[in-house]
Write a protein of this length. Structure first.
Length: 382
């Protein structure tokens, strides 16, 4: 939404207001095709959703955790427990958002749990003001770049087909997952067929520093970056690997907050950062992290966690913030789900861009009848 300049909200000062009902729901959406990484293959998206209802507004927060701790130590079950027993009890109607988020700092780690609640509160506040999230955050609308994350494939032919499809749909860049045994040769065949494609790889921590010579072979392919080659919470060893490579490193799993991002940059552990709002504790930390990175001339992009339309919309609003200068992992809904729980689905325009939803809050409508059909569990907390 562009139009006349909207009065910028002072989000910190916004009071939470009455919440009449709070529920946690677990929904299961089958993926169009299983999504494989070096750490796990997921056949369904099991999303934990926080639904808040207050003063005639319904707000949603989507947790980006998985049922398992294979990408992140947090799981849907740990998030459920932390939201229910610690975070939601800190949300008081008379408090400001700033006060609530300050009390959340007492909860160590558990960033995905904090993000679930924070994002739902931001949706609530934005909807109460009748403005889309990006306006509530203070950012003008801009079209968002698209990017696709192609999972580990059974064969090089299947990989080439998937890349060809992404190119035909005008995605701005392609990321392919790699792992031991499916790396250098697999990148080589893609690069040979698509010499000019902006291409990157993501290893999800499958390598060790001892693999440096092997990883150096990737320098031949002009990749835009190599994402998280080493351990899932390492920064130091990445700082030893980066000088051995021409290709920029990008950190994902290792970065939990602004301090991690600054440490990684200052130590030379990476030259790009993947910001997943869920992994870093919510939209506001993600925006602040992007600003810190921009001040250090480090480009960032918005990662994805195969979110339903709720989290996908949040990621799109996030990319209106300064610093998001690279295409992220935001791709069309139809690549993940035959039927999503929101309308409308994310689509690409003729130039491969994504429009920012213009309706209040997350800006997409949750179809509650579909949620009810797909739900595995529902628990009323308030
Ligand atoms: O490492 O970025 C990752 C999905 C699940 C867990 C980890 C990752 C991913 C993706 C998919 O790469 C991003 C997306 O398409 O949403
Ligand atoms: Mg990643």
């Amino acid at each position: 939404m562009s139009g006349p300049a909207s009065p910028q909200l002072d989000l910190e000062q916004e009071t939470i207001g009455a919440i009449d009902r709070a529920e946690l729901l677990l929904v299961r959406l089958p993926f169009v095709a299983p999504f494989g990484t070096s750490v796990q293959t997921w056949a369904t998206k099991d999303a934990l959703l926080l639904r808040l209802e207050g003063s005639g507004v319904i707000a949603w927060g989507e947790c980006v955790a998985d049922p398992d701790p294979f990408y992140s130590p947090e799981t849907n079950e740990t998030v459920r427990s932390v939201v229910k027993d610690f975070l939601l009890p800190m949300v008081e109607a008379g408090h400001s958002l700033g006060e609530v988020l300050r009390s959340f700092r007492r909860v160590r780690g558990n960033a995905m749990a904090r993000a679930t609640v924070e994002n739902a509160l931001l949706d609530l506040i934005a909807k109460r003001h009748g403005v889309p999230l990006h306006v509530a955050l203070g950012f003008p609308c801009r079209r968002v770049m698209s990017g696709i994350s192609i999972g580990i494939q059974e064969s090089q032919e299947a990989l080439l087909d998937a890349v060809a499809d992404a190119v035909a749909n005008r995605y701005h860049r392609v990321k392919m997952k790699i792992m031991h045994g499916k790396d250098v040769e697999w990148v080589a065949v893609v690069r040979e067929r698509f010499p000019d494609l902006p291409l990157m790889v993501d290893a999800n921590g499958d390598y060790a520093l001892a693999d440096a010579a092997h990883l150096r072979r990737l320098d031949a392919f002009g990749l835009t970056m190599i994402e998280q080659p080493l351990g899932y919470h390492d920064i130091y060893q990445h700082s030893l690997l980066q000088p051995q490579l021409v290709t920029p490193l990008c950190l994902d799993e290792s970065i939990h907050d602004r301090d991690d991002a600054v440490a990684a940059i200052e130590l030379g552990a990476c030259r790009v950062i993947n910001i997943k709002q869920g992994r870093v504790g919510g939209l506001l930390e993600a925006v602040a992290m992007a600003r810190e990175c921009a001040e250090r001339s480090v480009p960032v992009w918005s990662g994805g966690m195969d979110e339903t339309g709720i989290g996908r919309a949040v990621n799109i609003h996030l990319q209106t913030a300064p610093g998001f200068t690279l295409p992220g992992d935001t791709s069309e809904t139809r690549r993940y789900f035959h039927e999503d729980i929101v309308e409308p689905p994310v689509t690409l325009d003729a130039d491969g861009f994504i429009a920012v939803p213009a309706s209040p809050g997350i800006g997409v409508a949750v179809v509650e009848e579909r949620v009810a059909r797909l739900e595995l569990a529902r628990e009323r907390l308030w």
